[in-house]
Design a protein around this ligand. Structure first.
Ligand SMILES: *[C@@H]1O[C@H](CO)[C@@H](O)[C@H](O)[C@H]1NC(C)=O
Ligand SMILES: *[C@@H]1O[C@H](CO)[C@@H](O)[C@H](O)[C@H]1NC(C)=O
Ligand SMILES: *[C@@H]1O[C@H](CO)[C@@H](O)[C@H](O)[C@H]1NC(C)=O
Ligand SMILES: *[C@@H]1O[C@H](CO)[C@@H](O)[C@H](O)[C@H]1NC(C)=O
Length: 290
């Protein structure tokens, strides 16, 4: 007898029915031998891994000690959380979000979503966050970190000052913070979003054209990505202090006077034109490219 079940061919070699009949009880002893005919013995090939060699976590250099590594991991996690929520907000509301229009004007949402997704999901190969002050800039008063620029375009140094001053995302809207009046680098997460876009592996040499203050950021909204501010604003409104947030207001006095020239000199710069950039590092450790 042959039974074909799926691909397996079962051959029943012998079926013996015992015939021991007793007075009342009939005992049938069936002996069934089943042999599976194996036609091929080649082992299953290991499945093709299309993503082989991927770098999924932001690489933290061995120069970072355990504390620095833990705080930096937390900060990078905050950056991903901010970017991911910003992406979700845009996917949900598109340009019907007042926040969206405020920061990105009429820009197609797919571009904005894409820039956030690069923070969340792009391969991190070649990137390094290091703590060894290899360029000596951490010695400069007030430096909390810097992009290594021409010395290593995919590398960022995070100086000791960052670990004692940058706040966790859980504190968003706390400490007297407001999006409009406070610096991008109050929170480690938004500070690192800013830094990540400097890296070609994430910003592709485009998003690094970054506005430094909230004021500038809004002036340049049409052409210059404002990812970090938008992400803070919507995370604050949607998550941290639901339905309220902490957008705040730009303080009238100081910020506009000094930043105006930069803001008005660049409004026609397209975010996609690879305009030559000149970068300088601010005393607070943030870089600004114009
Ligand atoms: C908003 O997006 C829609 C497409 O979803 C588009 O037709 C409309 O022009 C956009 N409005 C603005 C102000 O960008
Ligand atoms: C690059 O290295 C040189 C020499 O060590 C240093 O002077 C310079 O500041 C470094 N550049 C940056 C952006 O750190
Ligand atoms: C780790 O580095 C920080 C500076 O960022 C320093 O304050 C701390 O003492 C270091 N920890 C150890 C165990 O060396
Ligand atoms: C910027 O745009 C305005 C109006 O669109 C135009 O008049 C001006 O010449 C432009 N400036 C530059 C530097 O391209």
């Amino acid at each position: 007898m042959r039974y074909s079940i799926g691909n397996a061919l079962l051959v029943c070699l012998s079926i013996n029915f015992g015939s021991g009949l007793t007075a009342r009880v009939r005992v049938r002893q069936d002996a069934v031998t089943v042999t599976q005919t194996v036609t091929s013995s080649t082992p299953e090939p290991t499945p093709f891994n299309w993503a082989s060699g991927a770098t999924e976590q932001y690489p933290i250099h061995s120069s970072c000690n355990a504390t620095e590594r833990a705080l930096l991991s937390k900060g990078l996690g905050d950056a991903i959380k901010l970017a991911d929520h910003a992406k979700q907000h845009v996917l949900r509301f598109g340009n019907s979000s007042d926040f969206y229009v405020k920061y990105f004007g009429t820009a197609p949402t797919a571009e904005v979503i894409g820039w956030y997704d690069r923070i969340v999901s792009a391969d991190r190969g070649g990137i390094w966050f290091r703590c060894d002050d290899i360029d000596g800039n951490c010695q400069i008063d007030g430096y909390a970190g810097h992009w290594r620029g021409e010395n290593a375009t995919q590398e960022t140094v995070i100086c000791p000052l960052s670990y004692t001053t940058r706040m966790p995302l859980e504190g968003l809207c706390g400490y007297g913070y407001s999006v409009a009046a406070s610096k991008l680098n109050v929170y480690f997460g938004s500070d690192l979003i800013h830094r990540l876009y400097h890296l070609p592996a994430i910003g592709e040499g485009i998003v690094e054209h970054y506005a430094d203050t909230y004021d500038e950021c809004l002036e340049l909204a049409k052409n210059n990505p404002a990812e970090a501010y938008f992400a803070l604003d919507v995370y604050a409104f949607d998550i941290a202090v639901p339905g309220e947030g902490c957008t705040g207001k730009v303080p009238k006095t100081e910020s506009s006077a000094t930043d105006q020239p930069t803001a008005t000199s660049a409004p026609n710069t397209s975010s996609t034109s690879a305009a030559p950039t000149e970068c300088h590092t601010h005393a607070d450790g943030t870089e600004h490219c114009v």
